[in-house]
Design a protein around this ligand. Structure first.
Ligand code: PLP
Length: 386
């Protein structure tokens, strides 16, 4: 395997939450990071910075280069040309979500999101005193569908903001043009703003196509803030570098008026250089990662189709996350606790992803084949002992 995939012993010897939150006999398949190290050019860039002892103030002198790298990457991958003018770096995307919700809504107003959803989306709404307005994805037996027609029934003057997650965490859906067009039409009709978290876009599998919401046309672009980073696809979430791309100067100014730039902090040189290097020089490494993820996804699909048929599963169209419907297991408690206690496998608890997540768990399959096999076999043994 060309990609560096560490053994369980090596992974435990390193620092980081993924391998240290649980006891040593537990295999972690939870938080969204990969057990694959980083690309050699990123490693070299980080080594150079430490060799130079580049620990001084950087300020925002590297921000224009980051914006350029972002625009070039979007153009190359998705044929979308965002402006470099309204790009605002931010340490992490959860910070972006919190500040955007605060800037574009008032306390007491509602924010629409598609549940089940990555839990910080819910936190960003609730913890800022706004109300969660759910628009549920529905399992049509083949995948999780977004009912575009009903989006317009949910948005209104008391729900002026929609948080879109595309590709969608946890279901792995890559929304199609008609679904996105329905969202765009509803946002325009109701004068709503859309925050489009597209951080998983690079991780789209062959056969599916990621379409940036803001690429649909100037009217929707002008009311969209796209947030993304290189940290998921290139595997350095600890380096803290993401960005918000505002689709118009008006949106950018409204945000600045609510959240002065210094409230965002300043992104580190390490994070920026890793990001620019990833987007510019690491395409070969990334292709190898996608080949490995594709093989893992097939492995997971085969396993659930043959060994664990009581668990509902649709292969994700993007991401290395598998959303597992365990309601058919008829467990006395929740599936997260069951697999942790009986299989010694740590997954994410579906209940944290909003009401439709109950009875579900999320499995991260971005690991080496032997570790993934062990995770799946442990889960199957626990289920067969029921
Ligand atoms: C959709 C989505 N947004 C944001 C994040 C978190 O990004 P950050 O580490 O930059 O806060 C994740 C992490 O899994 C994610 O899946």
């Amino acid at each position: 395997m060309p990609t560096v995939a560490f053994s369980a012993v090596e992974l435990r010897a390193r620092s980081g939450r993924k391998w240290h939150r649980y006891a040593d006999d537990v295999l972690p398949a939870w938080i969204a990071e990969m057990d694959f190290g980083v690309a050699e050019p990123v490693e070299r860039a980080m080594r150079r910075l430490t060799d130079e002892a580049s620990y001084g103030y950087e300020g925002s002198t590297l921000y224009p280069a980051l914006a350029e790298a972002f625009a070039t990457h979007m153009q190359e991958r998705f044929g979308w040309q965002p402006s470099t003018e309204h790009v605002v770096p931010v340490a992490d995307l959860v910070q972006a979500l919190f500040t955007l919700v605060s800037a574009f809504t008032q306390r007491g107003q509602g924010v629409m999101l598609h549940t089940p959803i990555y839990p910080p989306f819910l936190d960003a709404v609730r913890q800022t005193g706004r109300g969660v307005v759910e628009h549920r994805l529905s399992d049509d037996g083949r995948r999780f569908a977004l009912d575009g027609a009903s989006v317009r029934d949910v948005l209104n003057q008391d729900v002026p903001l929609l948080l879109l997650c595309n590709p969608h965490n946890p279901t792995g859906r890559v929304f199609e043009r008609d679904e996105l067009e329905a969202i765009a039409a509803a946002a325009i009709e109701h004068d709503a703003i859309v925050v489009a978290d597209e951080v998983h876009a690079d991780l789209t599998y062959t056969g599916h196509r990621h379409i940036p919401l803001a690429s649909l046309g100037p009217e929707i672009a002008a009311r969209t803030v796209t947030i993304t980073s290189a940290t998921k696809a290139y595997n350095f979430p600890g380096l803290r570098c993401g960005l918000m791309s505002f689709g118009s100067s008006d949106l950018r100014e409204r945000f600045r008026a609510a959240i002065p730039d210094r409230m965002l902090g300043i992104v580190t040189r390490f994070g920026i250089e890793a990001t620019i290097t990833a987007w510019r020089d690491c395409g070969g490494w990334f292709d190898e990662v996608m080949a490995q993820l594709h093989a893992n996804r097939e492995r997971v699909a085969r396993f659930f189709a043959s060994e664990l048929r009581t668990i509902g599963f649709h292969a994700p169209e993007a991401t290395y996350l598998a959303w597992l419907d365990c309601s058919g297991l008829q467990l006395p408690g929740g599936p997260y606790e069951f697999f942790l206690e009986q299989a010694r496998v740590a997954l994410n608890d579906g209940a944290d992803f909003g009401p439709p997540g109950r009875g579900h768990v999320r499995l991260n399959f971005a690991t080496s084949a032997p570790i993934l096999d062990e995770i799946l076999e442990r889960m199957a043994r626990a289920v067969h002992h029921l």
